[in-house]
Design a protein around this ligand. Structure first.
Ligand code: ARG
Length: 482
């Protein structure tokens, strides 16, 4: 460390320190390399604090004017990339405060009255995260809307529904997509719920015990648009449960994305050929000239592990920490930032990959997934997908369900032996299994018949699917679209 760095450093601390940090320890302890992204929240929090200090008569009106002027200049410098971030000043807070003092003198030194970096950093993360939650929520709504638009065009398209990845029953492709709309809608709700606990003000807790100055914390909370103040100073400066909660919600959202990714990957394999995704989301192979690999959904699936890893990191970071603030907490930032970045990029890419982009000339979206209804339908015609429908048909003719199940199992066995689908067995062959079977059975055994029959709330019948779509549309439109 040079002597000039040392002297900047000793401004941040005090004469108490008799030896400088090594370069390595400085790098090890500094967070400015990553926490600079909190700068806007840091300045916002400082201005609200300074305004309150002035209103309470703790600092003078001239101090406030100076602080505002200095912060305006710092804002410009950071925005223009002209701000000189110094590792020796450890973090975003000390960097901004040191520059402020350089610019406006004593007023800059008064800003930290009644405040500590402990309540400052907790406030900054909360303010920053609140903004990110709002952005992520609007992206989640956009993704739901995108899925809804694709669903609207494919209500009558049938694909095999699977359980255990074995053909189970036919479902509408729209119904399948709407399952993800439900998941992403709950993800959005979870973010909004976490937001209420994120949006509480730590400032005024000072280092850990509160402060001797007559602060008016509610005023600062109002100025920052926060819902309330943290009620216990020890808790306010030390817990990061709000970040953990957010990361848990983000992890669940990524888990949903990874399920969708897995399906997209399966559906676009040659053996399914249910969909295609645009070339801009795929890559070729360096050796196999025919390949188009679904890299984007695969990466999204992989990045889910990364986000869940961040959740584990944050949980372990908090575990066993005694009250109140400990430097461990500085390690909250990188996992949290990377969670936000990963989820934000993933959602943006999925919106585009699924829905495409508006053509500037026509306004119609182009370049989203392409659906192959024939391939889906053909696949649904394999695997005796309407066997349950035949059992239900027999029940309606008076058989107990267990007997009907057994009867149909024999019919399926016979169809398999003939190498055809249950729905393709001729009537005399079907009647061998039960005399109550009549010509009307073929409607029951058809894919559309099977769909139409599932007309209960939440079922896959087109009338139900259209009702789901209408309900989601009203919900998303009333929430305001991005
Ligand atoms: N950079 C620190 C963090 O991220 C700020 C708070 C430091 N407080 C302290 N007492 N050392 O947590």
């Amino acid at each position: 460390m040079t002597s000039s760095q040392l002297s900047t450093k000793s401004q941040a601390w005090s004469a108490l320190f008799s030896e400088p940090m090594s370069e390595l320890v400085q790098r090890y302890t500094a967070s400015v390399g990553f926490d600079q992204r909190l700068w806007r929240a840091d300045i916002q929090g400082s201005l609200a604090h300074a305004e309150m200090l002035t209103a309470q008569g703790i600092i003078g009106a001239q101090d406030l004017a100076d602080i505002r002027r200095g912060m305006a200049q710092i804002t410009q410098e950071i925005e223009n990339g002209a701000f000189d971030w110094k590792l020796a000043l450890e973090d975003v807070h000390l960097n901004i405060e040191a520059r402020l003092t350089q610019l406006v003198g004593d007023a800059g030194k008064r800003l930290h009255t009644g405040r500590s970096r402990n309540d400052q950093v907790a406030t900054d993360i909360r303010l920053w995260l609140r903004g990110e939650i709002d952005l992520l929520s609007s992206l989640l709504r956009e993704l739901q809307l995108t899925l809804l638009e694709v669903a609207e065009r494919h209500v009558e398209v049938v694909l095999p529904g699977f359980t255990h990845l074995q053909v189970a029953q036919p479902v509408s492709f729209a119904h399948h997509l709407l399952a993800y709309v439900e998941m992403f809608s709950r993800d959005e709700q979870r973010l909004q719920d976490a937001r209420r606990r994120v949006n509480q003000l730590p400032l005024g807790s000072a280092a850990l015990a509160g402060t001797t100055y007559p602060l008016e914390r509610e005023r600062v909370a109002r100025a920052l648009g926060m819902d309330g103040v943290c009620a216990n100073s020890l808790d306010a400066v030390s817990d990061r449960d709000f970040a953990i909660e957010f990361t848990a919600a983000a992890s669940l959202c990524m888990v949903h994305v990874s399920r969708l990714s897995e399906e997209l990957i399966l559906w676009m394999s040659q053996n399914f050929a249910f969909i295609r995704i645009a070339d801009r989301f795929t890559t070729g192979s360096s050796i196999m000239p025919q390949k188009k690999n679904p890299d984007v959904p695969e990466l999204a699936r992989g990045k889910t592990g990364r986000v869940v890893g961040h959740l584990m990191a944050l949980l372990m970071l908090m575990k066993g920490q005694p009250l109140a603030y400990n430097k461990d907490n500085q390690e909250d930032k990188e996992p949290l930032f990377d969670t936000v970045d990963t989820l934000r990029d993933t959602l943006r890419i999925f919106i585009d990959m699924i829905g495409g982009q508006p053509n500037p000339a026509t306004g119609a979206k182009e370049g989203g997934i392409t659906v192959n209804p024939q391939a889906m339908e053909q696949a649904a015609q394999k695997g005796h997908a309407t066997a349950t429908d035949l059992a239900d048909y027999l029940v309606k003719k008076g058989l107990p369900f267990r007997d009907a199940h057994e009867t149909v199992a024999s019919a399926v066995k016979s169809a398999s032996a003939r190498g055809c689908d249950l729905s393709e067995l001729p009537l005399p062959a079907l009647r061998e299994f039960h005399p109550a079977i009549e010509q009307d059975v073929y409607e029951v055994l058809s894919l559309q018949g099977s769909l139409n029959a599932r007309d209960t709330l939440g079922g896959t019948a087109p009338t139900q699917v259209r009702a789901q779509i209408a309900r989601h549309r009203v919900r998303l439109e009333s929430a305001g679209l991005p």
